[in-house]
Design a binder for this molecule. Structure first.
Ligand SMILES: [Zn+2]
Length: 694
């Protein structure tokens, strides 16, 4: 086909009125830099377009995909621009070197072809000019697309196979993490840099000691130790950079088998997402493409590496959503097994110090943490709940119950044995059938070849069935053995006969008490509204529900009992504060905090509950103060005091040594002169008296 003549039968005036698009693509940066030849050829197509009749202003070059791979159009603006121009009918001609590689993905390519056919757009490559609207041309173009996709596939798989083969031999040269390096013979050795080596040794030693990646990070930061890593991108790539250890770096280091001297390939698989981006998924160790232990020197042994993986998995589980942490020292019985009745999540535990005691509180705060809410989902004081559940357990578990449980588990064992026998019979039957088939085959007349063949096939079939039966029997047996071992029969047997005695033994550690709870209780769901409802699920499926009154909050617990308040109110009619303390204590009453009363406590309660004090009460009854009486009788306050001491006035103490008086009759004045001779006896009190009375 000769397309370079000035005119071509496929080109019509409409085509020449529209623009010609030259699509230039090199699929990787290296190609762009090194393969200038191909780029040059792509630009030569421009000359062809000119020869076909387009003028140079009409030729638009799309080359913004330089450096993008062609296997999908996602992320390739240039290809999308081309598709847009074609579908808008702006293009009369699309040019590309090996035009089918415009889009290496067949679906993209066919879409472009279809659009070109609809919009009457021609296609030009170095082989010729095509009209996608014509059947033959479209067939050819379609084939070209299919071929190039196939070619890409073959190329890729050949490359990958090569890589895989090399990897399987452990010879694939891959980027090494900081601390390891290739020597002149491409062998992996520990980094020649002493600081790098020492830092990594310290890192692994720290993890050995602390068993937690974040603890190691904290220690490194606290001690201000910089750690080495490679930057894989940018101008400083392949150069060691020193910086503070981050948590993700620490995890990478711990998960990287190369530090254990192992060569591994295929630890992650890539998958292209619907938007064209590539995502990496970590694979479990057994699915790695290859793993060669002791391939080179390392910082830790393979066994230590494996142990580290286990530690990390455990640590991760401890932070997962549904953790069931091991029993700890604190007294809260339900630690780790209580569920929130409102949202179903596991509740956490908090302790408060109250008068030297650890008071547990169960809280559901998962949503608060995850969704930034301000309030806990539920918050329930735990002491009363723990007490109720402990009582329930003690009442439920007695020697009789334990015997029943053991009987049940024995029954279970019998049932398993029975199942085992049945499965064994199945094996026996298969064996019998196989034997029969063998005998039939042996007896057949060797001349009857056809019959012999059928019988032989049958025999083989029976042998295979026997094999299968045997394998499944062994597997089931193993499973049962596990069930029985895991079963709590042993644990049940070890449960003491007298549960309550052990339970209440003061020397029993909290941790052990909790272990006992866990042996018996699967979980406890707590729901607080007007009361606290605890649904207790026992191991084995039995459920029990406890309804408890709302536990008192801290201030309610400290609240003065109502009978104490009544008593105080009544006593205040008769006695001043300081005498009340004495009387209340004599009556065996205690303050809200459980202390004996003092006059200060009584005064505090009186003020807190706004009970009128003794002075107010007396004044309300019309009692008079010393100066008031003195004024009325026309004597000094000093004389009033002496009158009281001589019993001439009825006095009511409202505070220690302070009095209010009944209204005295006029006779009192007549008796006053007799008091004068005893004046010296009480003179010392005078100033005091005046002070209080005013
Ligand atoms: Zn909740």
């Amino acid at each position: 086909m000769n397309a370079s003549t000035g005119s071509h039968h496929k080109i019509r005036a409409e085509h020449l009125q529209r623009d010609a698009y030259l699509y230039v693509r090199q699929s990787s940066m290296r190609q762009v830099l090194e393969n200038t030849e191909s780029t040059k050829r792509q630009y030569q197509l421009r000359e062809r377009a000119l020869a076909l009749g387009w003028v140079s202003e009409q030729i638009r070059v799309i080359d913004c995909d330089q450096g993008m791979s062609g296997s999908s159009d996602a992320g390739r603006d240039g290809f999308q621009q081309l598709v847009a121009e074609v579908s808008l009918g702006n293009a009369g001609l699309v040019m590309g070197l090996e035009v089918s590689r415009l889009a290496r993905n067949n679906a993209d390519w066919h879409r472009l072809l279809q659009l070109c056919a609809f919009t009457d757009t021609l296609i030009l490559d170095q082989d010729g000019l095509y009209d996608p609207a014509a059947f033959n041309d479209r067939l050819l173009l379609g084939l070209k697309g299919a071929m190039s996709e196939a070619e890409l596939h073959v190329l890729k798989s050949r490359l990958q196979q090569g890589i895989l083969n090399k990897a399987r031999r452990g010879e694939l040269k891959m980027p090494l993490p900081a601390g390891l390096a290739y020597d002149e013979l491409d062998r992996v050795v520990l980094s020649p840099d002493t600081q790098v080596r020492e830092t990594l040794k310290k890192f692994f030693a720290a993890f050995r000691r602390l068993r937690s990646a974040s603890a190691v990070v904290k220690e490194f930061r606290r001690e201000n130790i910089q750690t080495p890593h490679y930057s894989r991108t940018g101008p400083k790539s392949e150069r060691i950079i020193w910086g503070e250890l981050t948590h993700s770096q620490a995890l990478h280091r711990l998960h990287n088998p190369r530090y254990a001297g192992a060569f591994a390939y295929g630890r992650a698989r890539s998958r292209r997402g619907p938007d064209g981006t590539v995502r990496y998924h970590k694979q479990p160790q057994e699915e790695w493409t290859c793993l060669i232990q002791d391939a080179h020197e390392g910082y830790i042994s393979w066994d230590e590496y494996q142990a580290n993986q286990e530690i990390l998995t455990d640590n991760a589980q401890a932070y997962s959503n549904d953790r069931r942490p091991p029993p700890r020292e604190g007294p809260a019985l339900l630690q780790g097994i209580m569920l929130c009745g409102r949202c179903g999540k596991r509740m956490t535990l908090r302790y408060h110090q109250r008068r030297g005691q650890m008071i547990p509180q169960y809280t559901c705060q998962r949503d608060k943490i995850e969704q930034g809410r301000t309030n806990d989902c539920q918050r329930i004081p735990g002491a009363a709940i723990d007490k109720a559940i402990a009582e329930l357990l003690v009442s439920m578990i007695n020697s009789q119950n334990v015997d029943v449980a053991i009987a049940v588990s024995r029954e279970l064992q019998t049932r398993l044995d029975e199942a085992d026998r049945l499965r064994y019979q199945q094996v026996e039957r298969c064996r019998y059938e196989a034997d029969l088939a063998r005998q039939r085959y042996m007896k057949v007349d060797p001349d009857k070849r056809y019959v012999a063949e059928v019988l032989e096939a049958e025999w083989n079939e029976k042998l295979r069935a026997l094999d299968e039966a045997q394998i499944s029997y062994e597997a089931a047996r193993e499973r049962d053995a596990l069930t029985i071992e895991d079963d709590h029969t042993a644990a049940l047997k070890s449960l003491p006969r007298d549960f309550s005695a052990v339970w209440e033994d003061a020397s029993l550690a909290n941790r052990d008490r909790k272990r006992m709870v866990r042996l018996l209780v699967e979980d406890v769901t707590l729901l607080k509204d007007t009361k606290v409802t605890c649904h207790i699920r026992f191991k084995g499926g039995t459920c029990k529900t406890l309804n408890l009154p709302l536990p008192k909050s801290a201030w309610e617990l400290r609240k003065t009992a109502p009978e104490v308040l009544t008593a105080i109110d009544e006593l205040l009619n008769e006695y001043p504060d300081y005498k009340l303390a004495e009387i209340l204590t004599k009556r065996g009453m205690m303050s809200g905090t459980g202390k004996p009363f003092s006059s200060a406590i009584v005064t505090r309660i009186r003020i807190a509950y706004r009970l009128p004090n003794r002075w107010t009460r007396l004044r309300r009854q019309g009692k008079l103060s010393a100066p008031e009486i003195a004024r009325r009788l026309g004597v000094s306050t000093e004389k009033i005091r002496r009158c009281r001491e001589f019993g001439l006035l009825t006095a009511h103490e409202f505070k220690e040594g302070n009095y209010l008086y009944d209204d005295p009759g006029p006779d009192v004045v007549k008796q006053i002169p007799q008091l004068k001779k005893n004046a010296h006896l009480t003179a010392a009190h005078t100033t005091e008296e005046v002070q209080y009375a005013t």
